[in-house]
Design a protein around this ligand. Structure first.
Ligand code: WTA
Length: 632
């Protein structure tokens, strides 16, 4: 299944376009199915209605666990590296992981979980997080993992949207120097979540927690009451595997739905190919399992291929900015998959943290989550890969389930800041504002995909119309990514960033509307407008223009109050980096905020603001410019 040369890539690509069903049918043979499919693909993008491997039965955990027991039972499946380097790391072999998953699956059943139930997971980056995810999949329950940085309100919204019956959490999480509570946040969230019947709590940081009689149980106690035998539930290829909430340009985050069969095939195939994973290699992805990268390339992709996946709890700079390099050296990591924001942050410490570190085990490097700038690319290439490890700059999205446009390690010639070529099965197109396809090379436009692939989202949970509108209505007959893109003279793709009102802050997707709603909830705020601006480390920073008539009383404190509100409503990741109090916002006569102008001001541009004559009150722009200047 692994592509080894450019010729093989071209051959596979051609085949995947000319005969997609045969191509994916063959790829899918590399997985374990209880019952084969009768049709590889049926689809239309109008509704949309997409089905892969119809009629097939499987359980993804049999592919991630059981099938490796025969030959690789004692191979490490998960290596866990804790936040504190003084503490020992933990290794779980495939046999141990299989047992732990089966045992915890029985705990879920014991607590009333059944096939189809939704289960919210809010946990630190510990092996038990992967175990919880896989245990849900084992019994056919649908997991909804919520990133540990989200607030109680965000969790409650997600739990209620999916009507979760169970929550799996821990007392707290280590992120740097001090433990941060998690169960407390869940307790706050659950005040408004009537569907939740049980909460399973893992002891991790040993902080005091309140345990409600009849609702809350300890992970450690529960596993004592069950055995480690749990037959995997037979799932239809199109049964739900998980929901993952992600931000869009409007309203609340939506629950992106992935299903069992297609997702498994796509995550496994892309993992094996893009990273060119070899048996016995150690693979380290620094993402959090709370994001899609963790789902597809810490848990399901690597485990489906029998790989050793390293899970790290902590941050790149604690206790020192050598942390990643120490981990690479200690575990002889062969493949390192990280984000541009982490690279830029580590770059800023200079060469010292790298001194004396043995990084010679590294064979492949990967980047994901946002465009990687050339400077960061070269630093990664030279200082970390020593010019010998290809960088796979992987473009994809929560909605795509797996990597879409990316070099294949040791196959595709790389080019700084280019995601290069589409993987087999992926048919990207660039379109202009009218949806007309832009052909040829050396062109740019909005990035769409014109044919289904197995890992694509099937719906947005509980609101199929929203899925249609968001992704399939802008350019009829195509999936719209929301990204701008250029195709150079060699046909290489370079993603230039979002063209909608979605920000990418440190690789985290945040909708401007979401941040505005949170700011507007603060008493005293009349209105706000949020835009992104270039940020050296985060990629994009959040700039908020806020109308708050009484801010003069104590502007600094007011700003802190507003940040507190945003932290409460969404989470600390959505806190604006800059706040500017203004007396008005630039609006068209129909009342639409002209973000284009605010974006320019946020970027420090004060002239060339374009046509402002359509504004209701052009004078407001001069006022904002003046205020912005005074601030700097
Ligand atoms: C951006 C993360 C440039 C893009 C897997 C996309 C990228 C959004 C890249 C999805 C890349 C992701 N180069 N931009 N290699 N990878 N993006 O859903 O704007 O968290 O639409 O999925 O991140 O973010 P999400």
């Amino acid at each position: 299944m692994q592509i080894k040369s450019l010729e093989q890539y071209e051959e596979s690509y051609k085949k995947s376009i000319e005969n997609p069903e045969q191509f994916w049918g063959e790829v899918a043979q590399n997985f374990r199915w209880r019952k084969p499919w009768y049709k590889v693909l049926s689809w239309n993008f109008e509704e949309p209605n997409i089905k892969w491997f119809e009629g097939a039965k499987l359980n993804i955990t049999e592919n991630c666990l059981d099938r490796h027991l025969e030959h690789s039972a004692d191979k490490p499946a998960i290596i866990w590296e804790p936040n504190d380097p003084e503490q020992d790391s933990v290794t779980l072999t495939y046999k141990m992981l299989h047992e732990a998953v089966c045992r915890f699956a029985n705990v879920l059943k014991r607590n009333g979980a059944q096939k189809g139930d939704r289960i919210c997971i809010y946990m630190p980056m510990v092996p038990e997080l992967a175990i919880a995810v896989l245990a849900c999949a084992r019994i056919g329950a649908v997991h909804s993992v919520v990133f540990g940085g989200f607030s109680a309100k965000s969790i409650a919204d997600r739990i209620n949207d999916a009507k979760c019956k169970l929550v799996i959490t821990a007392d707290g999480v280590y992120r740097g120097a001090k433990p941060i509570p998690l169960k407390d946040v869940i307790d706050d969230a659950l005040i408004g979540c009537p569907t939740v019947e049980k909460v399973i709590v893992l002891t991790h940081v040993r902080t005091p927690v309140s345990m409600l009689k009849g609702r809350d149980v300890w992970w450690e106690d529960e596993v004592k009451h069950v055995n480690a035998v749990c037959e995997a539930e037979e799932m239809d290829a199109e049964d739900l595997l998980f929901i993952l909430y992600t931000s869009g340009s409007t309203g609340k985050p939506k629950g992106v739905v992935h299903t069992c069969g297609g997702y498994m095939v796509y995550a496994g195939y892309t993992f094996s190919n893009v990273f060119n994973y070899q048996p016995d290699e150690v693979y380290f992805c620094t993402a959090d399992i709370g994001w899609i990268t963790g789902h597809s390339y810490i848990v399901y992709g690597p485990l489906s291929q029998g790989a050793t996946t390293l899970i790290f709890e902590g941050v790149p700079t604690y206790p020192t900015p050598s942390r990643f390099w120490d981990i690479v050296e200690k575990h002889k990591v062969n493949i390192l998959y990280t984000a541009p924001t982490a690279i830029r942050s580590l770059m800023s410490f200079g060469d010292e943290p790298l001194e004396g570190k043995d990084l010679s085990s590294l064979r492949v490097l990967g980047s994901v989550g946002e465009p990687i700038n050339e400077e960061a690319w070269h630093w990664f290439d030279e200082k970390i890969g020593h010019g010998k490890a290809p960088i796979v700059d992987t473009w994809w999205q929560t909605e795509t389930g797996g990597i879409m446009i990316s070099p294949i390690a040791n196959v595709t010639k790389t080019k700084p800041s280019y995601a290069t070529l589409p993987l087999p099965g992926i048919q990207p197109v660039l379109v202009d504002e009218n949806g007309v396809e832009i052909e040829g090379n050396d062109v740019s436009g909005n990035l769409c995909i014109k044919f289904p692939w197995p890992g694509m989202l099937r719906t947005t949970y509980g609101d199929h119309e929203r899925c249609r509108q968001t992704y399939f209505s802008t350019y009829p007959g195509m999936y719209f990514t929301g990204d701008g893109c250029l195709r150079d003279e060699d046909g290489y793709y370079r993603i230039t960033g979002r063209v909608d009102d979605v920000l990418n802050v440190s690789g985290h997707r945040i909708g401007t509307a979401e941040v505005e709603n949170a700011i507007n909830m603060h008493a005293g705020v009349v209105e706000s407008a949020v835009v992104g601006y270039p940020h050296d480390v985060k990629g994009q920073g959040i700039y908020a223009f806020i109308i708050y008539p009484n801010h003069h009383q104590d502007a600094d404190l007011t700003k802190k109050d507003i940040l507190q509100t945003v932290t409460r409503v969404i989470g600390a990741i959505a806190k604006p980096d800059k706040i500017l109090f203004v007396s008005g916002l630039p609006k068209t006569r129909s009342g639409k905020i002209m973000r284009r102008i605010l974006r320019k001001i946020a970027e420090g541009e004060t002239s060339n603001l374009g046509d402002t004559s359509t504004l209701l009150d052009p004078a407001v722009v001069d006022e904002i410019i003046e205020a912005a200047k005074n601030k700097q």
